[in-house]
Design a protein around this ligand. Sequence first.
Ligand code: OAD
Length: 258
Amino acid sequence: MLDVLVSKIREARRITVLTGAGVSAASGVPTFRGAGGLSPSTNAQATLSKAERWRHYRASELATPEAFGRDPQLVWEWYKWRREKIASCDPNRAHEVLAVWTKRMPHCHLITQNVDDLHVRSGSERLIRLHGSIWELACWKKCGGEPVAWRDERVPLPEPLPRCVHCGGLARPAVVWFGEALDPAAVQAAGAATACDLFLTVGTSAVVYPAAGLVHEAKLRGAFTAEINVEQTPATPIVDLAIRMSAEHALDAIELRM
Ligand code: OAD
């Protein structure tokens, strides 16, 4: 199976890789779904500290503007925990191999749903970040100050509720939440990248749209499609080749055969 993918990579002129949280799992970043993913704690409320109240909720219940509007501190506590976790993680072999591909192959595009910036840290080129970066903040009230999003890599963030650098109002993580529109430029670039010879989806549960639709689009446009995941996903039955392996092991093995 890996050999089939190796020869498809060798033949392809344009390669597009879509990544999800599974690519960062070996770095120690928790996934949202799947085995070992973030899921609500069944512990009694009393056993969790105030800063860990978020453990009672699913990611889809926290990553929404409604949740932030209701209880910004709860949502910030979740993001602060994730920022601290990610700050202690380094890119793994999967990030490294994908970065090497983008450098070696001028028509290799990388699309990620991950907000951890590990693809950035591994030096990937032509990276499209669909869901933003956990290291950027923006004004909750959209005050209009420029830049709209600014980088803040302080860990831990000193304030319980971070403030907008322009208006002093409440700041939010500059990531895309459920129910929000993605950056049109990123969506456009990702759509354009589905015009490729090989579309590879790696470490994503393939349930969150519009990212999950890209593999379908690539297939319709004639690409050979492949998936690398430790579990079956809704993309598995539609791809031409499904490889049931971890991203870090599969990509390392592929790179060794190249
Ligand atoms: P998920 O957590 O939904 O899925 C992670 C996938 O990675 C699962 O299918 C796992 O089986 C797989 N996996 C785990 N470890 C792996 C490994 N070492 N190698 C390969 N695969 C592995 O993450 P995403 O698909 O990225 O959005 O989630 C999509 C979006 O849903 C996220 O960007 C986020 C989330 O809610 C927002 O917050 C808007």
